[in-house]
Design a protein. Structure first.
Length: 127
């Protein structure tokens, strides 16, 4: 089993206590985990999906933009690839088949020694 940096382990612990959905990826964009509130919006429990490579999760949730145009997978991980925060609106089709509008804020994660650890995305359904 892969050992994650302490910052990622602590973020996972914090995420377990948040009421806001959060999704965390590593520097390659691979899904490391998402919390229970995120399970409701993504349509599946993390225990059932587990970690996923970027190529899989970026197409499994089939994210189009607010106009219905597909979002290219390489446009999704701005916080990972460009190491800068990003925010936007999108639609996803969850693993339960439901289509949901989401507002997403993604932030890059940096380790205590300046190393790039990936990104976290906080998201919610706009009212």
């Amino acid at each position: 089993m892969e050992q994650h940096p302490i910052e990622v382990i602590l973020l996972r612990e914090l995420a377990g206590h948040l009421s806001t959905p959060i999704f965390v990826v590593d520097p390659a964009g691979d899904l490391l985990f998402y919390n229970e509130p995120a399970e409701q919006l993504l349509g599946s429990r993390f225990d059932e999906t587990g970690m996923m490579p970027f190529e899989e999760w970026s197409t499994v949730f089939t994210p189009p933009d607010r106009d219905g145009a597909p979002i290219a997978p390489d446009a999704l991980p701005i916080a990972v690839q460009q190491r800068r925060p990003a925010q936007g609106d999108m639609w996803i089709r969850g693993l339960d088949g439901a289509r949901r509008a989401l507002t997403v804020t993604a932030i890059p994660l940096q380790g205590q020694w300046g190393d790039h650890l990936g990104a976290a995305a906080i998201f919610w359904e706009p009212r």
